[in-house]
Design a binder for this molecule. Structure first.
Ligand SMILES: Cc1cc2nc3c(=O)[nH]c(=O)nc-3n(C[C@H](O)[C@H](O)[C@H](O)COP(=O)(O)O)c2cc1C
Length: 179
């Protein structure tokens, strides 16, 4: 387990927010979003919470990203929020999720993110989701996922919504240069 230190000084823009994008996932969809968001920022530190421990202490702005599985966030993301709830309350805070059952977003957020952080968040967004690789799941999860995709695809495309990611990135970039 490595401990991350922030990279944050931008020569052209001067003093920018120290941004941490802490995320986790199972099949790479959320990771792709986290990396895309990091690219949109001048400097952001990425941390895959399934691989590394990271403390929010050294950062000004924390973005938490997670997929939704069985109406819940990835456990490592949930623990990161729970373990650092107090510290996160003093930071700029935002959340994104990738998910397929898009109309359950509000319910999932209300259940999974403590109220104090929901109130504090400057952005909470779902980016849609993808179901690509089911090989790492057991037979029951595969069945559930296939049924979910079949049902949801009647309502909306099963895909990442790039425009939602770019809107989120825009808000993030505005925050980045304000200190
Ligand atoms: C077994 C399984 C269960 C899932 N459960 C939900 C769910 O409860 N709600 C939802 O909106 N999406 C659900 N999804 C969709 C995932 O959130 C979506 O595929 C996500 O983009 C995966 O991100 P990841 O690759 O970062 O893990 C599920 C997917 C699978 C395979």
């Amino acid at each position: 387990m490595g401990v991350l230190t922030p990279t944050y000084f931008d020569k052209e823009k001067g003093n920018t927010m120290k941004i941490l994008i802490a995320y986790a996932g199972k099949t790479g969809v959320t990771e792709r979003c986290a990396k895309q968001l990091a690219k949109e920022c001048t400097t952001a530190t990425l941390a895959n919470l399934n691989e590394k421990q990271v403390s929010p202490e050294n950062f000004d702005l924390i973005v938490v990203g997670s997929p939704v599985y069985s109406h819940k966030l990835e456990p490592s993301v949930k623990y990161f929020i729970k373990d650092n709830e107090k510290s996160l309350q003093e930071k700029q805070f935002a959340v994104f999720v990738t998910m397929v059952e898009e109309d359950t977003f509000d319910k999932v957020i209300a259940h999974e993110i403590p109220e104090s952080l929901r109130q504090r968040a400057f952005a909470m967004q779902q980016f849609g989701g993808e179901v690509n690789d089911l090989t790492s799941f057991g037979w029951h999860d595969r069945l559930v996922a296939k049924a979910m995709v079949k049902l949801e695809s009647k309502k909306h495309p099963i895909a990442l919504r790039l425009e939602a990611l770019l809107d989120f990135a825009k808000i993030l970039k505005e925050k980045e240069v304000k200190k």
